[in-house]
Write a protein that binds this ligand. Structure first.
Ligand code: IMP
Length: 430
């Protein structure tokens, strides 16, 4: 039976979703991105080659699978065309495999300028955005003055919308940030050049997905960022500007929620976060450095060192609840191979009381202290493991406890960066 699966991050992004999507794409016919933009960075390693995608669905490495950039995505055309160019040079790109929703909003040069300038203005209260214009693009969408991919197909319309936007944006940029504004003709010419290349890909993707579902195709919805960065359910205001959780697969691609068959959450065997905001299990000093080096925890988009910490079962349990998770994927277990002791956070202490429900109020969360359960390290490589029983005994106990605490069945355990280094306990497409 055909299936529609949603994959989401269960933490603050960077959980290794790219690799999991890449594995599951073998069984999918269509891969869809439904939110976010090029703030994402999906790293996929195939053999000796490393690919980092920011905008294209990771499924693009699989010829013959249709990759859809859905309605809820914000598209920076320059980045998109850059990624297509890289794939073309490697002889991997097939134009017939890519579709872009005409409803997806465009990231414009003023969005990027505003993102960076506003962060500067926030000073110590900055969010630590990726500076890619994501927030300002979603703001314009909500303010109903955004320009969409479909607008690229109508020159006069595009120009009129751009003119209207620049009237406001230039005034704002000049008076609030004391920076130079934008000239309409520069943006117009650049975007018309992008339009000529993008035109064949721009489509009614909701309709395409409906037809694909009706003809029995398997569809994989690939989330970007993570649940705790969700604009409504994350650690607001230290979040991204889109809904990152499973429900967004429906609104962000124009399919009904009843069409989703299963939700898979991806979590690292420990925790990381980039940018600002509360992070209860964060480690400092040597312990953090060890995890960062072992796990190569540097942002795929900005290169920033990631903040590292222990696995937080309170946060993961919350992510399981708000996403309605059916299965759990645990990545980077091998990063923990050489530790003497490990900790899992099972509750928070807040004002002397124990709580096990994740507070989304950043002020409250920043006052929460983690309560830990300690585990002996297994000090043996988990890398070659092909089955659960191949894993070191301590690693098995650790995974079992993660599953128990989150209440979600583990489907896949990843023990290395390569596509092959994964233990499939349950194939969600079967
Ligand atoms: P923005 O999405 O660029 O507005 O950034 C808002 C917050 O989300 C910042 O803390 C970013 O570091 C974080 N963020 C955005 N995209 C990702 C991602 O793909 N992985 C991890 N963090 C992200």
């Amino acid at each position: 039976m055909a299936k529609n699966l949603v994959i989401v991050g269960a933490q603050w992004g960077d959980e290794g979703k790219g690799k999991i999507v890449d594995i599951l794409t073998d069984s999918a016919d269509v891969v869809v991105r439904f939110q976010g933009g090029n703030n994402a960075g999906h790293t996929v390693i195939v053999g000796e080659e490393k690919f980092i995608f920011h905008l294209l669905p990771s499924g693009i490495l699989h010829p013959g699978k249709t990759c859809v950039i859905g309605d809820g995505v914000v598209v920076d055309p320059e980045v998109l065309l850059g990624e297509i160019e890289v794939l073309k040079k490697r002889g991997i790109f097939r134009p017939q495999d890519l579709l872009i929703s005409k409803n997806a909003h465009l990231i414009m040069p003023y969005h990027k300028r505003l993102d960076v300038a506003r962060e500067r203005l926030r000073g110590a209260n900055k969010i630590g955005t990726t500076g890619r214009g994501i927030g300002p693009a979603y703001e314009d969408k909500a303010a109903r003055c955004g320009i969409r991919c479909g607008d690229l197909l109508n020159e006069a319309d595009f120009r009129a919308k751009l003119k209207q936007n620049l009237l406001e944006k230039n005034h704002y940029i000049k008076t609030v940030f004391h920076e130079a504004g934008f000239e309409i003709h520069e943006i117009y010419h650049d975007y018309m050049r992008f339009a000529a290349i993008m035109e064949p890909f721009i489509e009614n993707t909701s309709k395409f997905l409906d037809t694909a579902m009706r003809s029995g195709k398997n569809i994989l919805f690939e989330g970007a960022q993570g649940t705790l960065l969700d604009v409504d359910h994350g650690t607001y205001p230290y979040v991204t500007s889109s809904n990152t959780m499973a429900g967004a697969a429906s609104t962000g691609s124009g399919i009904g929620p009843s069409r989703i068959d299963a939700v898979i959450g991806v979590t690292k065997a420990y925790s990381t976060r980039v940018g600002e905001g509360p992070f209860p299990t964060e480690l400092k000093g040597d312990e953090a450095d060890r995890l960062r080096e072992q796990g190569c925890e540097y942002g795929a988009t900005t290169g920033r060192p990631r903040r590292c910490g222990w696995f937080d079962a309170v946060a993961a349990g919350y992510a399981a609840r708000v996403n309605g998770m059916d299965g759990l994927v645990i990545t980077k277990l091998d990063v923990l191979d050489n530790l003497d002791k490990l900790q899992i956070c099972t509750a928070y202490r807040l004002d002397g009381k124990l709580i096990d429900d994740f507070p989304t109020d950043s002020n409250i969360l920043s006052r929460c202290e983690p309560v830990y359960e300690e585990f002996d390290g297994w000090r043996r490589s988990s890398k070659g493991a092909k089955s659960f029983d191949d894993l070191p005994k301590g690693a098995r106990a650790y995974i079992k406890r993660l599953a128990e605490l989150t209440g979600v069945e583990p489907y896949i355990i990843s023990v290395g960066a390569n596509r092959k280094e994964a233990i499939i306990l349950k194939d969600p497409f079967k």
